[in-house]
Design a protein around this ligand. Structure first.
Ligand code: NCD
Ligand code: ZN
Ligand code: ZN
Length: 437
């Protein structure tokens, strides 16, 4: 039933930077009150539970349209909901790529019909103005190795003119070429980290920072890259960045265990990079954690290192693994909530999401802290049907709620495909405000 009054009773709720014993009173889609004494038609028992704002994953590849044999909007968004993710930003490298009006409308129609979580659609470098008018949330990810300098400058200028955020995949093509060629006869998977060394990322970040004052760096993976971004922020550049779980939970050492399954771009890095990224997350220099959920089927990943497709699934395991990192004192809860909810919402202008407060969308992840379990691929929901985190301990939410409706509970999807709503980007939002007068 929509528009129902509900109250999440007796939980420890994350409000204003800390867990507080509060009831969360929900009227329709919004949080209507925090505190005690609310009556409602339906009570959700929150006793013993931790109630967090839903996670917002600003970097997913749901592969739909075009690669639905790997993932589609229904399997990808169900996987998100099962992992406490209540909104996603989908990348344009689908088939067709989301680079113009027709392809944007095609993906929007599919997502509106099939997604069970709220979603933003990024546009790829193409008809930037048209994409902005249609509601694209940002332009990206822009792969620096796909464009020469002149073309990159043009894309960045058009993106700024359209009032959109550029999000960039920073790896320098010359460094990749120079380092890959001598290694191409090798077959050991770990060569891939040497083929795309840290310098590829730091050089690409340097060149992008020389072209624009406002940019979001996707899946930052190196300590040198973090140094560049810290310096740029210090010079007043509007730079934000995200880190993917695989770059803080794995290192080059893990190649020996999972081989080409751990191939992704940028590749696995050293201990010192992993430690620098954790430090950056703890200090808030890294703004967000984003999964870069990039599903490929196991049979695709079982190939030569130079031929296997890059990317690993991660949307469903991201929040559960970060909650275990809190439990192991690797990071505080407030840094995790900030990086998974508040900052992602801010970066993408989702003003009704990202935190628990009166008037905000009732997007909640309700977790029983006693419920830790081992990650098992056969209990996950992505079309990828495998996970690089098999066997690791994780804390999955008991209940995921979006705009006041219980979407996922006790391992079951309760929402219908199409429940998810498109979150319009800044240009469309402005146009809507103008038309409301
Ligand atoms: N990260 C990856 O290794 N792969 C991503 C693309 C990307 O994010 O670069 C994919 O779409 O498969
Ligand atoms: Zn990327
Ligand atoms: Zn990506």
């Amino acid at each position: 039933m929509t528009g129902m009054d509900r109250v999440v009773k007796g939980g420890r709720v994350y409000v204003d930077g800390r867990l507080q014993n509060l009831d969360v009173w929900i009227k329709g889609r919004k949080i209507a009150g925090l505190g005690g004494g609310h009556q409602a038609e339906e009570t959700i028992d929150g006793r013993g539970m931790i109630v967090l704002p839903g996670a917002i994953d600003i970097h997913v590849h749901f592969r739909d349209p075009g690669y639905t044999f790997k993932e589609d909007w229904e399997t990808g968004s169900t996987s998100a909901a099962a992992g406490g993710v209540t909104a996603v930003v989908d990348q344009p490298n689908t088939n067709p790529p989301t680079v113009d009006g027709p392809s944007y409308r095609m993906k929007l129609e599919i997502a509106e019909r099939r997604s069970v979580v709220d979603f933003c659609l990024n546009g790829g470098p193409g008809q930037v103005k048209r994409l902005a008018e249609l509601g694209a949330s940002a332009i990206g990810e822009i792969f620096t190795y796909d464009h020469g300098e002149e073309e990159l400058r043009k894309i960045l200028a058009e993106t700024a003119k359209a009032g959109l955020l550029p999000t960039v995949h920073a790896e320098d093509p010359d460094v990749i070429r120079e380092n890959s060629e001598p290694l191409r006869d090798g077959r050991e998977p770990q060569l891939y980290s040497f083929a795309r060394p840290n310098l590829a990322e730091s050089k690409a970040i340097d060149s992008i920072l020389g072209m624009t004052d406002r940019v979001h760096i996707c899946h930052l993976s190196t300590s040198e890259g973090l140094d560049r971004l810290r310096a740029a922020k210090g010079r007043g550049k509007k730079v934000t960045c995200e880190v993917a779980p695989h770059h803080i939970l794995f290192t080059k050492r893990d190649w020996r265990r999972q081989g080409t399954f751990l191939k992704m771009n940028p590749p696995l890095r050293d201990f010192r990079d992993r430690d620098a990224l954790w430090e950056g997350l703890r200090k808030g220099e890294v703004d967000a954690i984003a999964s870069d959920h990039a599903p490929h089927l196991p049979e695709e990943k079982r190939d030569e290192i130079w031929d296997a497709p890059p990317g690993v699934p991660g949307v469903e395991t991201m929040l559960p693994l970060m909650l275990m990192a809190v439990r192991s004192n690797l990071i505080s809860l407030d840094r995790v909530v900030d990086a998974l909810s508040r900052r992602p919402a801010e970066i993408f202008g989702l003003s009704s999401k990202g935190r628990i407060g009166v008037g905000m969308d009732a997007d909640l992840a309700i977790i029983d802290p006693r419920d830790a379990c081992d990650i098992r691929a056969d209990r996950l929901h992505s079309g990828a049907e495998w996970t690089p985190y098999e066997g690791r301990r994780a804390l999955f939410p008991k209940i995921t709620m979006i705009r006041g409706e219980v979407v996922f509970a006790d391992g079951e999807l309760l929402a219908k495909p199409g429940f998810g709503r498109n979150l319009p980007g800044p240009r469309l939002l402005k146009a809507e405000k103008r038309s409301e007068g």
